[in-house]
Design a protein. Structure first.
Length: 131
């Protein structure tokens, strides 16, 4: 899940850059697939939070001043176990790989490249150029 969130953040950082049609199409396909999966997973995470979170008389979650959900200490271990399971969920993505040639002469920061790394397709010995 964490890699999925990092990938989404990296895609958002380059979504306003100009690329050729093929690269742009791949980016749109990747973004749509990830958004769909991310939304489903977010709903699953919310179910865990709702399961253990304190609620008011109307059944609404109670939030602390910092915006976090209030939990009873007696549920801490179960909550941590369920959230750990959530964050360790393996997700299979059906998305195209990005070839280094797709980027052309575009400049890309190391943090964005690191986020995209799982979906980069490189020829053996080829090293991505970063800004």
């Amino acid at each position: 899940i964490t890699d999925l969130e990092t990938l989404m953040e990296s895609l958002m950082k380059i979504e306003d850059k100009e690329f050729g049609f093929s690269m742009t199409l791949k980016l749109v396909q990747i973004k749509r697939e990830i958004q769909t999966i991310h939304e489903t997973l977010k709903q699953e995470k919310m179910k865990v939070i709702e399961k253990y979170g304190n609620t008011d008389d109307d059944g609404n979650l109670i939030f602390n001043d910092d915006g976090s959900v209030e939990f009873d200490d007696k549920y801490t271990e179960d909550l941590v176990n369920d959230l750990t399971e959530y964050y360790e969920t393996d997700v299979e993505l059906n998305i195209p790989k990005l070839n280094l040639d797709d980027f052309g002469n575009s400049e890309i920061s190391p943090s964005v490249l690191d986020g995209l790394y799982p979906i980069l397709e490189m020829n053996q010995g080829e090293v991505p150029t970063t800004k």
